[in-house]
Write a protein that binds this ligand. Structure first.
Ligand code: ZN
Ligand code: ZN
Length: 355
């Protein structure tokens, strides 16, 4: 029988309840496990979608739900077979906590595409039954393979969002060969977009940010953009026609994707990391005429997530965060809906102790 330990958390009991304190159980570390005291957890838009059961058609929420998959903390205990971590280390956990380890995707380090991948929250928990609980909690116990090392120089509150927003934007840039001399577009300057700008800039690309709000221009330049285009301005858009190597589209609202496909050069690629609810309409000639491609991407595998964190350590990259106590989480969700945050909330988990 698995023994357990009680930890404080914040959970939602229904799609409309909001988040409130709840004690949850974590397993005692098995030989392969790392036990982590959570210091910071970022707030991702998918936390909000899951809490409110907005993705019910393909991933219904099981209540109570403890969201959070941008986790940074300190190792408190390790199992006897753990080799990469010891008590006192700073460690991180992202969107996944397990996979089968045997399928071709796992063998290739692409655990995010494993048919048996277990998400950090709202996935079946094979150890304790019920469903996995995420990072809005005091601690978590995770198989060593899914625990990441955090470079010592990074600010921990700002490092937390790297575990989802960071890898989600780094992985497609890596895959599509963003390097020095490439022209890269970033559509939408939010939690994902602002990370994309930092990565593309650090990789040496010429970075162009597309935004609907002219007042974001200064901030985009500060984050590392070389140019800012107001996407509502047709003349400005036309100037860039057929010139991009790669465009990352981080917009989840309904929008005209073809306006961006037309900006790609020969063999250019546009990758979606946002998830608009309605199907997008793409005319074939937009792709055929210049051998353009249109693709999607979802987080990244464990080896690539570690590579991304190491890259962030080398270039001193973290997310721009507003640190909040857990007691402000419901308010933060409302502000997230209005894009009223620059550019990610990071919850200081020390605040859980005052519950
Ligand atoms: Zn996320
Ligand atoms: Zn697998």
């Amino acid at each position: 029988m698995t023994t357990t330990k009680k930890v404080p958390a914040y959970a939602a009991q229904s799609a409309t309840s909001g988040l409130a304190p709840l004690s949850i159980m974590r397993r005692e570390p098995s030989p392969e496990d790392v036990e982590i005291e959570i210091l910071f957890c970022g707030i991702c838009h998918s936390d909000l979608h899951s809490v409110r059961n907005e993705w019910s058609e393909f991933m219904a929420t099981n209540y109570p739900i403890v969201p959070g998959h941008e986790i940074v903390g300190r190792v408190t205990r390790v199992g006897s077979a753990v080799t990469k971590f010891k008590a006192g280390d700073v460690a991180a956990v992202g969107c996944m906590v397990d996979s089968d380890g045997t399928c071709p995707q796992c063998k290739a380090g692409l655990e995010q595409f494993c048919p048996n991948m277990i998400l950090t929250f709202n996935s079946p928990d094979k150890h304790l039954g019920g469903f996995t609980y995420g990072g809005y909690s005091g601690g978590i116990v995770v198989d060593e393979h899914f625990v990441l090392r955090v470079p010592f120089n990074l600010n921990l509150a700002g490092a937390a969002p790297l575990l989802c927003a960071g890898i989600t934007t780094y992985s497609p840039m890596h895959h599509w060969g963003v390097t020095k001399g490439k022209k890269v577009g970033v559509v939408g300057l939010g939690g994902l977009g602002h990370m994309a700008v930092k990565f593309a800039h650090a990789l040496g690309a010429h970075v162009v940010v597309f935004t609907t709000s002219p007042n974001k221009k200064e901030d985009a330049l500060r984050l590392g953009a070389d140019e800012v285009v107001v996407s509502r301005n047709a003349d400005e858009m036309k100037k860039h026609a057929g010139s991009f190597d790669f465009i990352l589209d981080a917009v989840s609202a309904d929008h005209d994707i073809n306006a961006y496909i037309n900006l790609l050069g020969i063999d250019g690629n546009l990758t979606l990391v946002g998830a608009p609810a309605k199907p997008l309409s793409v005319p074939a000639f937009g792709l055929i005429a210049r051998r353009r491609s249109f693709s999607g991407s979802m987080i990244g595998g464990i080896p690539e997530t570690q590579e991304m964190l190491d890259f962030c350590g080398k270039h001193n990259i973290t997310a721009d965060v507003e640190v909040i106590p857990i007691q402000k989480v419901n308010e933060a969700y409302e502000r997230l809906l209005k894009s009223d945050v620059k550019y990610r909330f990071s919850i200081d988990m020390a605040s859980l102790k005052s519950e």
